[in-house]
Write a protein that binds this ligand. Sequence first.
Ligand SMILES: [Zn+2]
Length: 224
Amino acid sequence: MNQTTSTAQAPGDRVGPGGLDPSLLIACPTCDALQLDRPVPAGARARCHRCGTILMAPREGAMTRIVMLAATALVLMVAAVFFPFLELSAGGMVRRSSLLDAVLAFSSGLLLPLTFAVAALIIVLPVLRLASILYALAPMALGWHRARHGVAAFRLAEALRPWAMAEIFIVGVAVALVKVAGLARLGIGPAFWTFAALVLVTVLNDTYMCRLTVWKTLEERRRP
Ligand SMILES: [Zn+2]
């Protein structure tokens, strides 16, 4: 559709007697349309010829940037879990809670499964995802061969993407704050801002990451 930026084209111009070599084709992640896999120069974008989804957008130094952002997010996560998140004061009583307190608040009786779900979705899965990204991409950012289980680690990171819901949590907290604001005086602790920064860094990281380029680099940097 977008002729000015499109470098991937519809199959059809290279169909030989034996058909197309499947290794020359890539599928659009949105509409599954097949297109020829052409080299895309850094800074350019390849769009799907049918729906316009960006297929590849390689950038100079992107690998290093992704690794740095993932490392930053991991450090922010540690701070976000242990520093005070919120401070509630009502009737002369003050209560500070950290993210860990919030998670453990459901740790009795019937609500116990909720503890595991909340801990998994806002802490464990995001940390696991960041660690997998670091493991898969850090050796390649340094120009080394890929890590021994680099492909499996990146596949895991991609599978976890919809389940690492830190940003949903921050929206939930914002809604809860509006509700509670009338009942008690609220103070926002350092962990709240750390967590907000963490969400921002994660979103930036996902925007920077060109998945097809990562897969290709993983393939190229195979151990001999
Ligand atoms: Zn498409």
